[in-house]
Design a protein around this ligand. Structure first.
Ligand SMILES: Nc1ncnc2c1ncn2[C@@H]1O[C@H](COP(=O)(O)OP(=O)(O)OP(=O)(O)O)[C@@H](O)[C@H]1O
Length: 262
């Protein structure tokens, strides 16, 4: 359903700061895959999601979503097909608008006549019902400005909003990293529910190895612009955070060896 082919991405080409992040990176994502993406700082995880969403241009290569080449489509043309939740709880929502206005905008996203701010009264009950399933009381705060909500409440709302327009793909970029551990657990449960109910193909970047193991059907580790681990099914279920840490250590040793013996 999503194919990233021969991706090449270089930042600051031809300068002293030239950084070749991806050199012939390939990834095939199957319909319904929920992939946890891990990798050390600077491995390129966020950039990968940004390239898929169109927020950052690729240098060379191809991105195919449901059979269509999208790598040259501008970001705004991909938003109907791709939902996103960011690490920063303020990014997925408009803080100066109410919950109702935010949800209405998300619901109308990509529709032909996009009267984003016109709230269809028939939808209010549907929005309330959706929120009440979260079990965090947001359904009683429809007229509250989103800027007054906690980070966790905003991330829950962002998740709901990200899938309202029924995108084909959901991109989660460390979406629980900025919230406390207990709320983070709730958001992860909500994430599982939403992904399952909407049967939406999902890529989730996380630094939390336990979440990476627990969530989804597949786990990949990115290192030096390549997929160095791609695990699914039972093999993934049998993973432990310790095993993953060992893998990280092996990669780090390989780097220091290559520097040592260069
Ligand atoms: N717009 C940009 N211009 C120049 N370099 C960039 C830009 N965006 C990202 N980079 C570089 O690309 C590399 C990968 O960054 P990225 O944020 O994708 O890594 P990451 O794996 O998500 O890291 P982290 O886990 O720390 O969030 C870093 O070296 C970063 O400095």
């Amino acid at each position: 359903m999503l194919q990233i082919k021969n991706l090449y991405k270089v930042f600051n080409k031809g300068t002293v700061n030239e950084n070749v992040l991806f050199n012939n990176f390939n990834l095939k994502v199957e319909e319904g895959d929920f992939i946890s993406i891990i990798g050390s700082n600077g491995a390129g995880k966020s950039t990968l999601l940004n390239i898929v969403s169109g927020n950052i241009d690729l240098t060379e290569g191809s991105i195919i979503l449901n059979g269509s080449e999208i790598s040259r489509l501008p970001e705004y043309k991909r938003t109907k097909q791709i939902g996103r939740v960011f690490q920063n709880p303020s990014l997925g929502v408009s803080p100066n608008m109410t919950i109702l206005e935010n949800m209405s905008m998300a619901y109308n996203k990509g529709k032909k006549f996009n009267f984003s701010f016109a709230i269809n009264k028939n939808n209010i009950n549907m929005f309330k019902e959706t929120l009440s399933k979260l079990n965090i009381g947001l359904e009683n705060k429809l007229h509250n400005k989103v800027g007054l909500l906690s980070g966790g409440q905003r991330q829950a709302l962002s998740l709901i909003m990200a899938v309202m327009a029924k995108p084909k793909l959901l991109l989660l970029d460390e979406h629980t990293a900025a919230i406390d551990p207990k709320t983070s657990e709730i958001i992860m449960d909500i994430t599982s529910d939403i992904v399952e109910k909407n049967k939406i193909t999902t890529l989730m970047v996380t630094h939390n190895l336990n979440d990476a193991i627990k969530m989804g059907n597949r786990l990949i580790m990115i290192h030096k612009g390549q997929v160095v681990m791609d695990i699914r099914g039972n093999e993934k279920k049998n993973l432990t955070a310790d095993k993953l840490l060992d893998e990280f250590k092996k990669l780090e040793n390989a780097i220091s060896d290559s520097v040592l013996f260069a």
